[in-house]
Write a protein that binds this ligand. Structure first.
Ligand code: CA
Length: 229
């Protein structure tokens, strides 16, 4: 895989490059956020250090997401919960806290790459099945094939995770989906992050859909997608 390492510390970048190459990856290295934005279109995977000299890592992440779905693992030395949640909201697929082991990094890269390339996430293109890829619930319409969401015919821009969460809720609209099941489906069964991440994504989905009534919380159990009054 072609990996873009965004890291302003040359020693760390050199060590990463060497290790990734040893495991068969091709590595490009840039040391700033602006270079990362330029190179984002030409890479298959991005390892993004958040402490960069020019741009805030979150900003880099958001701007890459505007133009590309390239998988991003954010790497941070700032361990506060807020940063991680904001990074996931900004469109990062996963994050690592420094210091991390090379083994952990490689495992995360594999897990993210698998998830992104999984057949479930990329339904096959076929005109026969295309109607089944479109889920409609009242004014809400979600197309699994194009990953587009509309409310009342207006396109709603969602991050990949927000889309997956909405698709999971929509797969059994009206029923309560358990928190654990949502985390397993949308994140990954080995997700070690805080379950607060789920609440944060529910919050951002509600605001993007235009109201908190769309997603009801069922305390201690999970969430239910309902038609707003
Ligand atoms: Ca740095």
């Amino acid at each position: 895989m072609q990996v873009l390492v965004v890291e302003d510390d040359k020693r760390i970048a050199d060590a990463l490059t060497e290790a990734l190459q040893r495991f068969g990856h091709e590595v490009d290295w840039v040391a700033s956020g602006s270079e990362a934005l330029e190179a984002a279109g030409n890479t298959e995977f991005m390892l993004l250090d958040l402490g960069l000299p020019d741009l805030d890592g979150q900003e880099v992440c958001r701007r890459v997401r505007e133009q590309s779905a390239v998988p991003i693992i954010a790497v941070t030395a700032r361990a506060e919960e807020l940063d991680r949640v904001l990074m996931l909201q900004a469109g990062a697929d996963d994050y690592l806290i420094k210091p991390y082991s090379m083994r952990e990094l490689l495992a995360r890269i594999d897990a993210v790459a698998r998830r992104v390339q999984s057949p479930a996430a990329v339904p096959t293109e076929s005109s026969e099945t295309s109607t089944e890829e479109r889920c409609v619930f009242g004014p809400l319409s979600l197309d699994l094939r194009t990953r587009q969401v509309e409310v009342d015919g207006e396109l709603v821009k969602l991050t990949r995770r927000e889309f997956d969460l909405l698709a999971a809720l929509l797969s059994d609209a009206g029923a309560v989906r358990r928190r654990e099941d949502l985390i397993n489906e949308v994140w990954d069964p080995n997700w070690h992050g805080s379950t607060r991440t789920l609440d944060v994504h529910v919050g951002s989905l509600r605001s993007k859909l235009g109201g908190r009534d769309w997603i009801q919380s069922v305390r201690g159990v999970g969430f239910r997608l309902v038609l707003p009054e």
